[in-house]
Design a protein around this ligand. Structure first.
Ligand SMILES: Cc1cc2nc3c(=O)[nH]c(=O)nc-3n(C[C@H](O)[C@H](O)[C@H](O)COP(=O)(O)OP(=O)(O)OC[C@H]3O[C@@H](n4cnc5c(N)ncnc54)[C@H](O)[C@@H]3O)c2cc1C
Length: 637
């Protein structure tokens, strides 16, 4: 039901095309949902939820795990598919890869290197675009295109890239050392813009945007916040007071204790401070762990530079059970690169190597503006084929595992079940899916595969007409701990090849917003489970309303009008986002010792090898690449 508030927010304006159906349609074929008449004059192509222009990066509305991408897998989980009904494609490949993310595409790349460029390879992925989490979002206005990242943001990993991963990046033509020449870090500061915090009335009693935010908040900044004076004083205390809270222990022993308590407990119980102090820090860990400081070990908070440890004489050596994200490596920090579409450019460069006819151009610069010919991804004449909108529901050896010469792969496309054969398979899909594909794997391996619980996240891109309101307010990024999206940033000012980033506040720009779907108070993995269910059940309309409301309240003081200024919205919903990374509060083996589940999970079985970032329990592109390499090395031939 439209309200006058909705109309003020511009909720039902005709912006960049959106998928009108945002909630779960489990049990219904997507085609039947789309055929219900809700789309009015919009056209749709096939059963993948594509509305209007079927060029996948240009689609907006609810993306990420979009409508049509998950229903067949959920049916596999809940009811199963009758394999006897499968249509035989009569296709035979040397390799079938399940999952067209960076790991799957890298596996295809390595297999062709190992076997031959003539090898016949099929990549199957359930989405309408390839790249997995590395997702490109495009917006067009007045004949010009703006590019955003809908998932995997950057080449940027807390651990140094391995020699193998570096070699692939270099072979793709990416010169990471060039990054400083393509990013204009001075752009937003040249207009006087900087970080701010938005305090919302529901959480803090009033709406207030406070500029001048920084990792170490100044007294002057705090005085302008609606936080009570005693909380402000405690925040200053937490940053400045030299207290050793675990006296008599050496650094390692202190860290061992900090590893077993949350940062929230460290601040409220060990320091004894008001829980409202945490409002400044709680969402800082969202983009790394997918939850706040109530579930982040205090030792990891120390590694991430959160305050309160300055008097404890902790050294920089990795402590017991320390998470990779909270460790520092100068080598890793120097190895960074952001394409306008994030690491979707890596997926697109891999695709150029696999199917050159589909991807015009020849350099890592021209990939940024290359328009991919999706019709060429699955041509009969091609040795390598990529079949999108195809959910694999069973992978089984033809005969005993030890002696089978090939494998049959069943997949669902447009609601129909198909089968194809391959000499080898690499499962580069999410590990929690594999037990349904291969239920005959040994029970301990199935349990280990189930352990990989993905982290639910949302990466939203809002395409706005101009950023004059942000200029007026002197804001380039906002942390908003009480809002649905907890951060909002002007897009990276990166210009590569023919792609030039917006330079003037009067021009359109992409605003990037993040959300971690978490439930404070529960143990970390349970937060992911509950958050995932909530994400799946939240309609696009609800998210759009909250975006418009949030941006209007945050930037309204600078003249931002959500009804007039928003040109497009793309919500990349990732109920199954980051690979789960172990931590010392939730995963006993991580601190007490014992085999990590990912080791048992990734064991090959006959002609089936297992890749994906899940195989390393490490949510970074280098892991996706390295695990692809290992999986291909494990294959028979
Ligand atoms: C929002 C977000 C931001 C990130 N940012 C960064 C970053 O800045 N830097 C970084 O290094 N890493 C980042 N990551 C981690 C990134 O996802 C990994 O680094 C890497 O891209 C994972 O690649 P993958 O191929 O292993 O998995 P995925 O990208 O998940 O690809 C697996 C594919 O398999 C498909 N699949 C699953 N089951 C089936 C099935 N049954 N049949 C067919 N297909 C199936 C999936 O749908 C998916 O498309 C981010 C992740 C997310 C979610």
């Amino acid at each position: 039901m439209s309200t006058s508030r909705d109309r003020d927010l511009g909720l039902f304006r005709n912006i960049s095309r959106r998928d009108f159906i945002g909630t779960v349609a489990v049990g219904l074929g997507a085609a039947s949902v789309l055929g219900s008449g809700e789309l009015g004059a919009q056209s749709f192509a096939g059963a993948t939820g594509i509305v209007g222009d079927p060029y996948p990066p240009a689609l907006s509305g609810l993306r990420g795990d979009h409508l049509g991408s998950f229903e067949a897998a959920h049916r596999m989980r809940d009811a199963g598919w009758a394999l006897v009904d499968a249509i035989d494609t009569r296709e035979t490949y040397d390799l079938i890869v399940v999952g067209g993310g960076i790991s799957g595409l890298a596996a295809a790349h390595y297999f062709r290197q190992k076997a031959s460029a003539e090898a016949r390879v099929l990549v199957l992925d359930n989405h309408d675009d390839f790249g997995g989490h590395a997702k490109r979002n495009e917006f067009t206005h007045d004949g010009r295109t703006w590019i955003g990242y809908g998932g995997t943001q950057s080449i940027d990993s807390p651990r140094p890239y391995s020699a193998n991963a570096r070699a692939l990046i270099s072979d793709l033509g990416i010169d990471v050392s060039r990054y400083a020449t393509v990013v204009d870090n001075g752009l937003y500061p040249s207009f006087g813009l900087g970080p701010a915090m938005f305090f919302d009335r529901e959480t803090f009693g009033e709406d207030r945007l406070v500029t001048g935010a920084s990792r170490i908040p100044s007294a002057e900044f705090l005085e302008r916040t609606p936080l009570p004076a005693e909380v402000q004083a405690q925040i200053i205390q937490l940053h400045s007071e030299q207290r050793d809270l675990l006296p008599g222990l050496d650094s390692a022993a202190k860290k061992a204790q900090l590893a077993r308590m949350s940062y929230a407990d460290f601040v409220t119980k060990v320091w004894g401070l008001d829980p409202r102090v945490l409002s400044l820090y709680d969402t800082r860990t969202h983009t790394l762990f997918g939850f706040g400081v109530d579930a982040v070990p205090a030792q990891d908070a120390f590694g991430l530079g959160l305050p309160g440890f300055q008097g404890m004489a902790l050294d920089d050596a990795a402590g017991p059970g320390q998470n990779h994200d909270s460790m520092h490596s100068a080598d890793a920090e120097a190895y960074q690169f952001h394409f306008p579409d994030g690491n979707a450019s890596i997926a697109r460069l891999l695709m150029r190597g696999l199917i050159p006819a589909a991807v015009p151009g020849s350099t890592a610069d021209d990939i940024v503006t290359a328009r991919i010919d999706y019709a060429k991804l699955d041509e009969t004449s091609s040795r390598t084929r990529v079949r999108l909108g195809s959910t694999v529901v069973r992978v089984a050896h033809n005969g005993p595992v030890e002696s089978a010469n090939d494998v049959t792969v069943h997949y669902v496309r447009d609601g129909k079940l198909y089968r194809a054969r391959a000499g080898n398979t690499v499962l580069a899909c999410w590990h929690h899916v594999i037990p349904y594909l291969c239920p005959d794997l040994p029970a301990p391996q199935l349990a280990a595969l189930h352990y990989a619980k993905k982290v639910p996240l949302v990466y939203t891109n809002v395409f706005i007409r101009q950023w004059t309101a942000l200029e007026t307010l002197r804001v380039s990024s906002v942390s908003s701990p009480g809002m649905w999206h907890t951060s909002t940033n002007l897009d990276f000012p990166v210009s590569i090849g023919d792609y030039a980033h917006t330079r003037k506040p009067s021009e359109p720009v992409v605003l990037h917003m993040n959300k971690a779907a978490c439930k404070p108070g529960l143990p970390g993995p349970q937060q992911h489970r509950v958050g995932r269910a909530e994400l799946m059940a939240t309609p696009f309309e609800t998210i759009e309303r909250s975006i418009r409301d949030q941006l209007g309240r945050t930037f309204g003081g600078g003249g931002f009008d959500p009804a007039a200024d928003i040109l497009g919205i793309t919500v990349n919903r990732w109920p199954h986002g980051y690979a789960y990374q172990y931590n010392s509060l939730a995963d006993p083996f991580w601190i007490d010792g014992g085999e990590e589940p990912c080791v048992a999970a990734r064991r090959p079985s006959g002609r089936i090898a297992i890749a994906n970032a899940d195989a390393a329990a490490y949510s970074y592109t280098d892991a996706a690449i390295d695990q692809a390499r290992r999986a291909v090395d494990e294959l028979h031939n």
